[in-house]
Design a protein around this ligand. Structure first.
Ligand code: FE2
Ligand code: FE2
Length: 155
């Protein structure tokens, strides 16, 4: 079952998004608070940010049950996400920013679409390498098994 098939699945996705955002937001706030000279509040934001990561991971564990995951599947999910950003999300956001005349947003969306495309390409190469590697391993395993069978039948 895919996690977005049910209402609770969608809620997990939203909760995960919220906790993840809280994590990055608090790390960003910690950086600003430190620049503003308030080390105590900077530390408070950092400690809380780490707890938000734990909250986000707890949601992820329900969204992506470990027994359903393989290295190939992980790469596939990552590639899907990066390609969605490259081909759909950022181009749409860029078009809207253009309509609204927000030049900073236009160039940021374009840059990040490019970086998402690079991430997708890197994951795709990794998936290809992994596939080739497991193919070689399977080949070795098959040859080893054949040799073993021959030794056994000789006795
Ligand atoms: Fe939280
Ligand atoms: Fe990315």
């Amino acid at each position: 079952m895919r996690h977005h098939d049910t209402e609770t699945g969608k809620n997990l996705e939203s909760a995960f998004a919220g906790e993840s955002m809280a994590n990055r937001k608090y790390l960003f706030f910690a950086k600003i608070a430190r620049e503003l000279g308030n080390e105590e509040i900077a530390n408070l934001f950092e400690t809380t940010a780490h707890q938000e990561t734990a909250h986000a991971f707890a949601h992820l564990e329900l969204m992506y049950p470990k027994q359903e995951l393989t290295v190939e599947r992980l790469l596939e999910i990552a590639i899907e996400g990066e390609l969605y950003e490259t081909n759909h999300m950022y181009p749409e956001f860029e078009a809207t920013a253009r309509r609204e005349g927000n030049l900073d947003a236009i160039s940021e969306f374009r840059e990040q679409a490019q970086e998402s495309a690079e991430h997708a390409a890197i994951f795709q190469m990794a998936a290809k390498r992994f596939k080739a590697l497991t193919g070689v391993e399977a080949h070795h395993a098959a040859r080893y098994q054949k040799a073993l069978d021959q030794v056994r039948s000789a006795h």
